[in-house]
Each structure stands twice: as structure tokens, then as C-alpha cells.
Design a protein around this ligand. Structure first.
Ligand SMILES: [Zn+2]
Length: 354
């Protein structure tokens, strides 16, 4: 989703002004690097920036990117023949040129793999001259999903890219990639937007209600892409409500009830990373309340419950809950038994039974 509006930078994006300025400068000086790596958390705006940069590179007007010329418009709709967007395929997906396209990613936490076959297709493609644009641009999203074979194959392209090629990689963190990859890219680390910036964007561009915009801005942690999606899909907020309700119910349950709850939660494995994220955010907020730092709360719509937790539990209990939620999130990425992990997590929650 490209956030265009009457405001901020001349690229029509919300936030990341320093990155836009740096890219615009290199463009104006005709010193665009062969490869870029945009890093930052999910849905922070890496792909949106990559798309805007691709527009700036291909735009046929003077004030690049104009947003109006055929090149800019095609890129906005991901339909430009010389701008390709590549990302990993589902685990187990058999990749070949004639295979049906992989389904869209189910959620931010779905694990995918960028495979060597995809890199080979790119190499084949960049060897040819652009069809209609000035450049051949390849945007490789979530490059941390490239397996070793694919990353090594891609190194070749990075080392000797054809002159008409520009490569834009995105990744959660540069440390997740091979140093040989990052060292050949110009790395730009995008940071979360300020809550006020997200709030403004939601109201101005996505026409969100002010109260919703305020809540989503806090919940997003400065990730405008997430906030915009949540504004359009109430299901995301519903899931959060269910996750926080489950936590609140669990602290009031006895051991046997918690074990049953753990089993139920573990059945929806795909929802667990998000659930843990919500629980982590919750305990962080309880700590903030305990420290008298209410201004930085995330769950502003549940301030009363946060205060209740801060009054009821000790600092050690709150820190313990935070720690075990963090550990569980880590275990789950290592493919441990989800039910066992959730049982341990729930049994370790402090008790609000009086
Ligand atoms: Zn244009």
C-alpha cells in the first residue's frame, strides 16, 4: 500500500524523511548505488519506500516521482514490466516457472523461503535490457528468508550487477543476512514513526476516526503499515481483544483451568506469535504504570485494567511474566511443542485469585 497524501516529504510518504532525502540526493547527483538494503520491523514502510524509490528511478517527469506518469502509476499497482517484486514462497511450495503463483502471505509471521530457483529467474531477467523503463529494478522483500543456497547465488548478481540494474533488498535486520550481502548494499535502517505521525496519517489519508487512529497509532509501535491495515481490517483489533481477554481470564484461573486454556490456545499455532506479542506489550505497559510512566502506554484503551495489574502484582511477578512470554516466543521459532510451551507459560503467570 503506497501512502500518498498532500503532506510530508515530496515523495508523498509519511515518515522516513531522512531516507527519502538521502535517496533523492543520490538521484539528483546521478549517483544511485547498485544495491540498497532497507531494514526495520515488519510493516514499518520498507516496501512502500522501495516502491517510491523505484518510481523516482523510472519516472518520466521532471519532479520525480510525480505519481502521475504511466511509469509511476504502473509501479504503484505493481504492474511495471521493469520493476519486479520478489519474496519467499511457502515452506514446501514447489517452485518452477509454470507453477501457479504462491498464495499471499497469511500473516506477518508466516515463515517462507526465498529459493535459488527464484534467484536464477532474477538473474535471467536482469541480463536482458529494460522493456520500457530506464532501469531494471528488482525488489527482494524479506531477504532474511533467503536460504543459504539462494543467498550465495544472489551474491554473484550483487558483485557484478548489469549496468541497467538496481537492486533493493528489505529485511527485518541487517544482522540476519550474510555479511557479504550487506557489505555490498547501501544499508538504510528505517525507524518506527512517532505515534503522532501515525495518528495524523491514519486520519488524513486513511480517514480513520480520531479515537481509533489514536489507539492504532499506539498499538502499531510506529509501524504505519500495520496501523493502516488494522484500520481497514477490524479483525486485527478483534484478535488483540481476544488475546488480552484470554490473558486476563488466565490470571484468574486455577492450575487445571489454565492447562485446559493452554491446550486450546496451542491449537491455533499460527496465531501464537501475535498472541505473545500482545501479551508482551501488555506486561510492558504494566511495568510502565508501575513506574508512573503512563504517557508511553500502548494499550491506552485498557488503562484501568493495567492499573489494576500494577496494583495487584509485584515487580518480580510482572518481570517474570514478561520474561517468560519473551522466552516462549523464542521457543516457538525453534519449533518446540507449542502445547508444552503454552502450558509452561500459563502456569507461570501470576495469580489474581484472592
Ligand atoms: Zn512519474
Amino acid at each position: 500500500m503506497t501512502a500518498r497524501a498532500e503532506t510530508p516529504t515530496n515523495w508523498g510518504l509519511y515518515g522516513h524523511d531522512w531516507a527519502v532525502r538521502a535517496l533523492a540526493r543520490s538521484l539528483a547527483a546521478d549517483r544511485v548505488a547498485h544495491a540498497y538494503l532497507f531494514t526495520g520491523p515488519h510493516a514499518i514502510g520498507k516496501t512502500t519506500l522501495a516502491r517510491a524509490f523505484a518510481q523516482a528511478l523510472q519516472c518520466t517527469n521532471d519532479n520525480r516521482p510525480c505519481g502521475a506518469c504511466p511509469a509511476c502509476q504502473k509501479i504503484a499497482r505493481d504492474r511495471h514490466p521493469d520493476v519486479q517484486m520478489i519474496e519467499g514462497v511457502p515452506v514446501g511450495y514447489r517452485f518452477d516457472e509454470k507453477a501457479p503463483p504462491p498464495p499471499p502471505r497469511a500473516n506477518d509471521w508466516e515463515r517462507r523461503i526465498l529459493k535459488i530457483d527464484q534467484i536464477r529467474l532474477i538473474q535471467h531477467d536482469v541480463a536482458r535490457a529494460p522493456f520500457e523503463g530506464r532501469w531494471k529494478i528488482i525488489i527482494l522483500r524479506r531477504f532474511e528468508e533467503a536460504n543459504e543456497e539462494a543467498a550465495n547465488a544472489f551474491l554473484k548478481t550483487l558483485e557484478e550487477p548489469p549496468a541497467h540494474t538496481r537492486l533493493i533488498l528489505t529485511a527485518r535486520d541487517a544482522s540476519l543476512l550474510l555479511p557479504t550481502i550487506t557489505s555490498r548494499c547501501q544499508v538504510m535502517a528505517l525507524r518506527p514513526l512517532a505515534p503522532a505521525q501515525v495518528e495524523t496519517a491514519l486520519i488524513e489519508y486513511w480517514r480513520a476516526e480520531p479515537a481509533t487512529a489514536r489507539l492504532l497509532a499506539r498499538l502499531s509501535g510506529g509501524r504505519l503499515g500495520w496501523a493502516a491495515r488494522a484500520a481497514a481490517q477490524p479483525a486485527l483489533l478483534d484478535a488483540r481483544r481476544a488475546h488480552l481477554d484470554a490473558l486476563d481470564a488466565a490470571v484468574r484461573e486455577n492450575r487445571a483451568e489454565r492447562l485446559i486454556r493452554a491446550e486450546g490456545l496451542a491449537k491455533k499455532t499460527e496465531a501464537l506469535p501475535e498472541l505473545l506479542e500482545h501479551w508482551l506489550g501488555w506486561w510492558r505497559d504494566v511495568l510502565l504504570v508501575l513506574g508512573g510512566d503512563d504517557a508511553r502506554l500502548t494499550n491506552i484503551d485498557r488503562a484501568d485494567a493495567l492499573r489494576e495489574y500494577a496494583a495487584r502484582f509485584t515487580l518480580e511477578q510482572i518481570q517474570g511474566a514478561l520474561k517468560s512470554a519473551r522466552a516462549t516466543a523464542r521457543y516457538l521459532t525453534l519449533n518446540v511443542n507449542a502445547r508444552l510451551a503454552m502450558e509452561v507459560l500459563l502456569l507461570n503467570l501470576p495469580s489474581a485469585i484472592v
